[in-house]
Write a protein that binds this ligand. Structure first.
Ligand code: HSE
Length: 381
């Protein structure tokens, strides 16, 4: 199968290299939008690919909602398979594009959009047919895991660690999507869409690591714990879905052992129990390997990851967690406090009683809107 690639950045170049090394695949023209380099295989007009009847599949590795979404639509309408690593675009338009793909009989696959090289979405799309997926959670952003690891194990400041993550090719073009938790959230809502045919909508209860300071790291480390950024998604008892992202404190547990740009993500099946995948969630070749998995899968007849009747529904995040909170001491009374870790210099660090996830996130937003700093993290094992 001849495959064209849209984009020649970190992922696009990795995909081109891997296509050239994979028997049965041949590299077609590569679309570049903003490149100073020019090779004979590079073109700048997507119509050259869409009109080329020898191209059977297109891989999109440009990133961002636009123009990637319209390129996907035009590719499918041109009768070619479409594979992407673009979480933002699939979260935005995946349901409609997957329906379009089904109507044309062509593939719409996005393994690389969640978990980099880890075959999480792929295996989830298989597992959901034979088991009930009860819940999913894990570390789904390599950049923030790298930053948290550097801050907590080496004392590197957040900004320095983030610059390193950018140099290593882990971060998004706009790394605020990593740091804010948005990238992890997009990935978990894609996992919900694959597992349940319900994509949570509303983009709420997303807390990243921007508020995490070196002082927070030290306080938590003195208690023998570490923080990781965890995305959670699953099915509520009433058939609605939940999805949220927040830092979590680990005194123990396998997430604590996840270092650098690695991801670790689990699902619990009613029959299978807990199944965990771990591997590199970001970077050129790990991500490209997931794209190649989709391309080779097409040849074996795997064309879709989303169930045929996939819909959007609001997330219902009303389960309860206990939280570690650091905020101004004057605000402590807004929480039910179970244990105070420290209170000095006008700052309090304490553990709350069980409170609804949505309530914690909205209280944090209220404090920030009134100009106050806060860090919170749910308490894990
Ligand atoms: N910026 C993303 C991450 C890339 O750090 O995980 C892979 O999706």
């Amino acid at each position: 199968m001849k495959v064209s690639v849209l984009g020649y950045g970190t992922v696009g170049k990795g995909v081109c290299d891997m296509i050239e090394r994979t028997p049965g695949l041949e590299l077609g023209p590569v679309l570049v939008l903003h490149s100073e380099r020019s090779e004979s295989f590079m073109i700048t007009d997507i119509d050259e690919i869409l009109k080329d009847s020898t191209v059977g599949a297109v891989v999109e590795a440009i990133g961002g909602e636009s123009p990637a979404g319209s390129f996907a639509e035009r590719t499918l309408k041109a009768g070619k398979h479409f594979v992407t690593s673009n979480k933002a675009m699939v979260a935005d338009r995946g349901i409609e594009l997957s329906a379009l793909a089904r109507s044309t009989g062509k593939a719409f696959l996005f393994s690389a959009a969640c978990g980099g090289g880890i075959p999480f979405l792929h295996n989830l799309s298989v597992a959901r047919k034979s088991d009930d997926i009860l819940s999913m959670s894990g570390i789904l952003n390599g950049t923030t895991n790298y930053v948290l690891d550097m801050m907590q194990s080496k004392g590197v400041p957040l900004d320095t660690a983030l610059s390193q993550a950018r140099r290593l090719g882990y971060a998004e073009a706009d790394p605020s999507a990593d740091i804010s938790g948005l990238d992890s959230y997009r990935k978990i809502i894609l996992a919900c869409a694959v597992a349940y045919g319900i994509q949570p909508e509303g983009y709420k209860d997303i807390e990243g690591i921007a508020g995490f300071t070196q002082q927070d790291a030290e306080v938590i480390s003195r208690r023998g714990a570490e923080v990781r950024l965890i995305a959670s998604g699953g099915l509520n008892g009433d058939g609605s879905v939940y999805a949220f992202v927040e830092p979590r404190v680990f005194f123990d547990g396998m997430e604590r052992a996840v270092r650098k740009n690695f991801n670790s993500v689990s699902y619990t099946g009613r029959n299978s129990g807990l199944i965990t995948y771990s591997g590199q969630g970001a970077g050129r070749y790990p991500t490209a390997s997931a794209v190649l998995r989709d391309l080779t899968g097409i040849e074996e007849g795997t064309l879709y990851m989303l169930p045929a009747e996939c819909v959007r529904r609001p997330a219902v995040n009303d389960m309860e967690e206990r939280y570690l909170v650091r905020c101004e001491a004057s605000q402590k009374d807004r929480f039910i406090t179970e244990e105070v870790w420290s209170e000095e210099g006008g700052t309090a660090v304490f553990v709350t009683g069980p409170m609804e996830v949505s309530r914690m996130h909205s209280l944090a937003a209220e404090l920030r809107n009134s100009g106050q700093g806060i860090f919170f993290a749910s308490l894990g094992d």
